[in-house]
Write a protein that binds this ligand. Structure first.
Ligand code: THU
Length: 160
């Protein structure tokens, strides 16, 4: 038996201006996307934006429903919209911004497990790292690949 440890690194920024320009633009898209969130039940509004390899931005926001499980998170709304409208174009980065009452929270908005799994699949499909940016007004976290927020990814392609 041996004990194995994982070393996960990520960047923390204290303001959007510290980030690379293309990531700044993506974060601004996610903040803008929060405005279209429909979350009358949880009142937690989330915006997400995907940047494709060709520079296209695709926005998504959480959409809730009276039949609660029928709703969808902002991240999956954005990724599914990106894949539906631009099939096969690799997703380079995704940014997330969320908080109650259409305000962006101080702490970064961290994606749920189901959204991480979907990120993992699009990353595997493209064969290139998909970076994940979690935005908060006081700090911003940037992970350079999905593996860093979802170690031991379930991947049906593993067996091939
Ligand atoms: N939600 C997202 O859209 N993304 C996340 O990363 C976390 C949660 C949504 C789902 C639901 O509409 C609301 O936020 C409260 O959980």
């Amino acid at each position: 038996m041996k004990t194995i440890s994982l070393d996960i690194r990520y960047e923390e920024y204290s303001s959007i201006e510290e980030m690379e320009h293309r990531d700044q633009a993506l974060v601004r898209e996610a903040i803008e996307a929060q405005k279209s969130s429909y979350a009358p039940y949880s009142k937690f509004n989330v915006g997400a934006a995907v940047r494709l390899e060709d520079g296209t931005f695709v926005r998504g926001s959480n959409q809730e429903n009276a039949a609660y499980p029928s709703g969808l998170c902002a991240e999956r709304t954005a990724m599914f919209a990106a894949s539906a409208a631009h099939p096969g174009v690799p997703m380079e980065a995704i940014a997330i911004a969320g908080g109650f009452g259409h305000q962006v929270a101080k702490t970064p908005c961290s994606p749920c497990g189901a959204c991480r799994q979907v990120m993992a699949e699009y990353q595997t499909l493209s064969g290139k790292p998909l970076s994940v940016i979690m935005f908060g007004t006081q700090r911003i976290w940037r992970f350079s690949k999905v593996d860093d927020i979802l170690p031991f990814i379930f991947d049906s392609f593993n067996e091939k």
